[in-house]
Design a protein. Sequence first.
Length: 151
Amino acid sequence: MGVFRGLLRKLGLENIKSERHSISIFLLDDDSRRHTWFVKRFKGDYLDIAEDVESAIELLSENVYDAIFLDHDLLPEHYKGDVNDDKNTGYAVALWLSSRPDLHRASHIIVHTRNADGAMRMIEKMREGGRNVEYVPFPLLAQKIKNYWHR
């Protein structure tokens, strides 16, 4: 049976099922519909959710996360676009993480905002601090999660 299973494995036909261990997730997002979306995607994992910069920094200071998801626009006025309010956006959290290289070094960080300009500023700041971070717009996030953290 071992030779047959080895052949199936080499051909990519073996059905290998393995459960991954629970992971710890952090989410910064102001949209309660997205909170529900993340809860469903990460069922069985540990999920902490912050809706504002202050709560985010508090949770990130006190806990260790395997994955960190950051939104940029956190207030309704941010959705209009022409508001310069870095202290109340995900950029403030990116700046905070960038200035603390000792925290969350192994965390996989994803900026999931629809605001591409805001996302690029966040990524640039965190990469300056040596962070491993990527931009995945929210509409593409389900596939990323499915591929990376498959259950």
